[in-house]
Design a protein around this ligand. Structure first.
Ligand SMILES: [Zn+2]
Length: 401
């Protein structure tokens, strides 16, 4: 009898070790990467997903660098999209797809004979991030079988989810990336803590729940954001300030950070003393920010809480902004095929390696990120501890009691 109990004890220990071993991602035939633009974790959240966690957006936390890192698995230092716009001899220009210096997930999919589709409520983003997809959809350009996109932002949000479902039925892609802009645009106009922003987040959450409930068993759904959002009420009109102080140093406004070009003698001291400037980031620190690229600015300024870099007359249009390390925390939820139960803390550059793993793609690309480690959800961890305690108590009593 005693011997039987020892065998049982060993068996139970092995079982517990197995149960509490790290969970692994499995396989999915299709992955939907849904990006809630500006979905700050204080505003946007979901319940009942297998994996709940958090992710760190790349710096600066802006739509274009964020999406390109989500879709390349590398930092801005390697893909070269350092902000939403760039400075070209004192002119602000839009990045073009040929300026993306890294292999984008859509290319890896094609090499593997798979199909990727990019859907975005933002035309500029669709043109940039979706340029190498099999199909790129925005309200301004969409397949004829979709109804005409409505003007109203809430109706347009519904249209984007409809587009996903309709396109899935007709095109059967292996991968979707879809950008939903309403939480970002409402967050900018009314601020992230406004009732308007809460309602926009609620609408998106409800549409995601409906999408999740309609998924087939072969599809994995990953929900995250490109960046967060902070409340702002004061401006640092850095362009006017530099000009009025007699400097020719040229700034590019990147929301809650500013890029400075052609920095002259004395500018460092001048800008670091300005109201609303939290700190000056020197080029030596760029590698820590993963923005050490040949096109990086000469200096970067970070705004204090409540401030953004913007001309004074434009301040009235903004109650929310992003672009500083304060907006790098973003939510992360996953469910469906190949997704175990657990908690994940990762970086935006880990998402492409994860999609590659889930879809079983072959690639030689060296990502900056890697497949995220899955930890136990806290509640799960406690549950296993309780089970272990009870089992050991029973075994102990039988053996020695
Ligand atoms: Zn934004």
């Amino acid at each position: 009898m005693l011997k039987d109990m020892r065998v049982l004890a060993v068996f139970m220990i092995l079982l517990l070790v197995t149960v509490s071993a790290p969970y692994e991602f499995g396989h999915a035939s299709q992955v939907i990467l849904l990006v809630v633009d500006g979905g700050d974790p204080d505003v946007f959240s979901l319940e009942g997903f297998s994996i709940e966690g958090s992710s760190t957006a790349v710096f600066p936390p802006m739509t274009s660098p964020g999406h390109i890192s989500l879709l390349t698995g590398v930092y801005p230092s390697r893909h070269g999209i350092l902000a939403n716009e760039y400075n070209d001899e004192q002119k602000t220009r839009n990045y073009t797809p040929d300026m993306i210096e890294a292999t984008i997930l859509f290319e890896i999919l094609k090499e593997n004979g798979k199909k990727g589709i990019f859907i975005s409520g933002k035309k500029g983003l669709a043109a940039l991030a979706g340029a190498r997809a099999n199909l790129t959809v925005a309200p301004e350009f969409h397949p004829v079988y979709l109804r005409d996109p409505p003007q109203d932002p809430e109706e347009l949000t519904r249209w984007l989810f409809e587009a996903l479902t309709e396109i899935d039925l007709r095109e059967h892609p292996d991968f979707f990336c879809i950008n939903i802009p309403i939480v970002d645009s409402v967050g900018h106009t009314y601020g992230p803590s406004s009732q308007e922003c809460k309602e926009a987040a609620q609408l998106v959450e409800d549409l995601i729940y409906s999408l999740r409930d309609s998924l087939d068993s072969e599809t994995a759904l990953i929900v995250t954001s490109d960046h967060g959002m902070s409340s702002v009420s004061k401006s640092v009109p850095i362009h006017a300030l530099l000009r009025d102080a007699g400097y020719a140093t040229w700034p590019l406004h990147v929301g809650r950070c500013a890029f400075l070009y052609d920095v002259e003698e004395g500018v460092r001291e001048y800008v670091s003393s300005l109201e609303g400037v939290d700190r000056v980031v020197e080029p030596e620190e760029y590698s820590a920010f993963h923005i050490n690229h040949r096109n990086a600015p000469d200096l970067i300024l970070l705004a204090k809480k409540g401030y953004l870099f913007i001309p004074e007359p434009l301040l009235q249009y903004y109650k929310g902004m992003h672009g500083s390390p304060d907006e790098q925390d973003v939510p992360l939820y996953m469910t469906g095929a190949g997704i175990p139960t657990g908690y994940v803390e990762c970086s935006q550059v880990d998402i492409t390696p994860l999609v590659v793993e889930l879809l079983g793609l072959e690639t030689d690309v060296k990502f900056d990120g890697s497949v995220p480690q899955i930890q136990e959800k806290k509640a799960q961890g406690y549950g296993i501890l309780v089970v272990a305690g009870v089992v050991f108590y029973i075994i102990g009593r039988r053996l020695w009691g």
